[in-house]
Design a protein around this ligand. Structure first.
Ligand SMILES: [Fe+2]
Length: 502
C-alpha cells in the first residue's frame, strides 16, 4: 500500500510539474520478536553488519541492534589494541542501535571479530582488508525485496550460492531493496536469514526505494557508512571508496528526485578525484531497463543526467537494480554506442519477485540495439535476449540472480548467474547457470585525478539546490519523458487489461 501510495505520489508529482546477522553466544531471558525466535534475549546483538567505511585497507564500520539498552563492545581478535570509536547508543523504532568504527588495521590481512556487550557476544565474523594490489573479486546482488521469512530464506540461498562460485569475495555489494516495506518484522527476517552471510565478508550496502518506506533514515541507521563528503539524503547515503585499483561510488536514487544536481556535482568531483584504473558506480535505480518501472520519469532522467557524468568522468561500469530483470548494455557514450563508453548493468533480482519485459518501452525508453545481454524470467520458464529477439528460452534461467566480478590489472570480468529454483544436478544440488559473461580490457595507469578540493556538500548548499534540481527534472519531464510516455499510454492500458499488470 505504501509503495503504491508513493508511486501515486510520484505520478502526481510528475503531473504537477507538468502543470506547474545472526544469533548470540549467550542467550538470556526469552523475548521473541515479530520475526519469531530469531532474537531470544533482550541483550542479544542482532542485525549485525560490517560495512566498508572510509579506508578499505585500515577501517570498517559495525552496526548491530539490541532489544535492551546495553553497552557496546567490538572485539577484533587479531588486533586487540585497534582504535574503535563508538557512537552513542540510540533508540530506533523500538530497538537500540549500536555503531562503531575500527581504525588502524593492517592492509591485506584477515580479521575475525565479535560484537555485542561485555556480557553477550555475537557469533564470530570475518573480513579481509584491502591489500592495495590490482586484483579484486567481489559479488553484486540486488532486490531481495522480501516480506516473508520464506522469501528472505530463498534470497539468502541465492546469495549463499554466490559464495560457492566466488568464495574469496572481498566484499558483497547489495544494490538495495533489502526489504519490501522496511518494517521491524521484515528487517528481522532479513537479519535472521542474512546474518550468517554478513559474517562472511564486508558489505557495501546501497539504499533501495523500499528500504525506508514511510520512515526516513531507516537505511542509514541500519548500516555504518561514511557520509563525511556526502550530500544530504533522507532515504539513502552517497559514499565512495577505493578497493585495489578501482574506485567505487554509491549514489542514492531514492529521494523525491532520483538524482539531484548536488548529487551529480558530488559524483563528478568524486570520480574526478581518483587516478584508479577502474571507475564503478553503484545505484539502486537503473537508467536502462525494459522492466515495469522503466516508464517513470526517474529512470529516463537518470538516462540523461547520470550518464552524462559517467561520460565526462570515464566511468567504466554502472551497476543497478530496481527493475527485477537482468540487462547489460553495450558500452555507451552520449547515449550512443561507443567502445570507450560506460557499460550499464541491471543486475537481476536475488529474490523471488521477477519482472517481465514491458515491450512498449523498447526503442522509446531503452533502445534495443543498445542491449548486449538480457535475461527475463516468467513462471515456469525464462526467456533471454539472444541478440535478435527476446523469445529464446532456457529452463535453467528461472531462479535468483547474482553477479561475480573480478578485476586483474587492466581486465575486468563479469559473470552473472542464476540459481535455479527447482532444477537439480545429479548430486541433488540446485543448478547454477551462467547467464552472461562480459570482459573488458583497458590500458592501466592512464587515469589522472583532476579534482583535489573539498567535496563536502553542506546542508545549506544541498537545500538551496533543491529548486534548480526540481526545475531540471521538470524541464526534462516536459520535454523528454512526457512525449514518450503519452506515446505508450495505449500500450500500458492494453497490458493492464490483458495481463492485469501496470
Ligand atoms: Fe526498487
Amino acid at each position: 500500500m505504501i509503495k503504491n501510495c508513493k508511486k501515486a505520489l510520484s505520478l502526481v508529482l510528475a503531473l504537477t510539474v507538468m502543470i506547474c546477522c545472526f544469533s548470540p553466544a549467550l542467550a538470556q531471558e526469552a523475548t521473541p520478536t515479530d520475526a519469531g525466535e530469531y532474537v531470544t534475549s533482550d541483550t542479544q546483538p542482532f542485525r549485525i553488519s560490517l560495512t566498508v567505511n572510509g579506508d578499505t585497507a585500515s577501517e570498517r564500520g559495525f552496526t548491530w541492534f539490541t532489544k535492551a539498552d546495553t553497552d557496546s563492545l567490538v572485539v577484533i581478535n587479531e588486533a586487540p589494541d585497534a582504535v574503535i570509536e563508538y557512537n552513542d547508543v540510540f533508540e530506533w523504532e523500538g530497538n537500540y542501535c549500536h555503531k562503531a568504527k575500527v581504525k588502524g588495521l593492517e592492509g591485506g590481512k584477515e580479521y575475525t571479530y565479535t560484537v555485542g556487550s561485555a556480557q553477550v557476544r555475537s557469533n564470530e565474523g570475518k573480513f579481509r582488508t584491502d591489500d592495495g594490489d590490482s586484483e579484486l573479486n567481489f559479488i553484486v546482488v540486488a532486490d531481495v525485496q522480501a516480506s516473508s521469512d520464506e522469501n528472505f530464506r530463498r534470497g539468502a540461498e541465492t546469495v549463499e550460492a554466490s559464495f560457492s562460485v566466488m568464495p574469496d569475495a572481498e566484499f558483497i555489494a547489495n544494490l538495495g531493496d533489502f526489504t519490501n516495506d522496511s518494517t521491524n518484522e521484515e528487517w528481522d527476517y532479513y537479519a535472521k536469514n542474512f546474518d550468517p552471510i554478513s559474517l562472511k565478508t564486508s558489505l557495501v550496502p546501497i539504499a533501495g526505494n523500499h528500504d525506508g518506506l514511510g520512515v526516513w533514515h531507516w537505511f542509514e541507521n541500519m548500516f555504518n557508512l561514511d557520509d563525511s563528503e556526502s550530500v544530504q539524503n533522507l532515504n539513502g547515503v552517497n559514499y565512495s571508496f577505493d578497493y585495489g585499483n578501482a574506485h567505487f561510488a554509491v549514489i542514492n536514487t531514492n529521494d523525491v528526485l532520483s538524482v539531484s544536481l548536488a548529487q551529480l556535482k558530488w559524483l563528478r568531483n568524486d570520480m574526478n578525484s581518483t587516478d584508479k584504473d577502474w571507475k564503478i558506480v553503484f545505484a539502486h535505480k537503473s537508467p536502462y531497463t525494459l522492466g515495469k518501472d522503466g516508464k517513470w520519469p526517474d529512470a529516463l532522467y537518470l538516462q540523461k543526467s547520470l550518464t552524462k557524468v559517467c561520460d565526462e568522468c570515464g566511468v567504466d561500469l554502472v551497476m543497478s537494480g530496481h527493475d527485477h530483470q537482468y540487462l547489460r548494455t553495450k558500452p555507451l557514450k552520449a547515449n550512443k554506442l561507443n567502445d570507450n563508453g560506460t557499460t550499464y548493468i541491471l543486475s537481476g533480482t536475488a529474490g523471488t519477485k521477477r519482472y517481465q519485459i514491458r515491450s512498449f518501452l523498447e526503442n522509446s525508453f531503452t533502445d534495443v540495439d543498445k542491449i548486449a545481454a538480457m535475461t527475463v524470467q516468467r513462471d515456469g520458464y525464462a526467456n533471454y535476449f539472444n541478440g535478435t529477439d527476446f523469445e529464446s528460452t532456457k529452463d535453467t534461467n528461472v531462479g535468483g540472480c547474482f553477479n561475480c566480478l573480478s578485476i586483474k590489472d587492466g581486465t575486468l570480468t563479469l559473470n552473472s548467474y542464476i540459481l535455479s529454483d527447482e532444477l537439480k544436478d545429479e548430486n541433488g544440488g540446485r543448478i547454477i547457470t551462467n547467464i552472461d559473461t562480459y570482459t573488458v580490457t583497458k590500458e592501466t595507469g592512464k587515469n589522472i585525478a583532476t579534482f583535489s578540493g573539498d567535496n563536502t556538500t553542506s546542508a545549506a548548499e544541498f537545500y538551496l539546490g533543491v529548486v534548480p534540481s526540481f526545475c531540471a527534472l521538470a524541464v526534462y519531464t516536459f520535454t523528454g519523458w512526457l512525449p514518450r510516455f503519452l506515446s505508450i499510454v495505449p500500450d500500458i492500458i492494453r497490458v493492464y487489461i490483458e495481463e492485469d499488470t501496470f
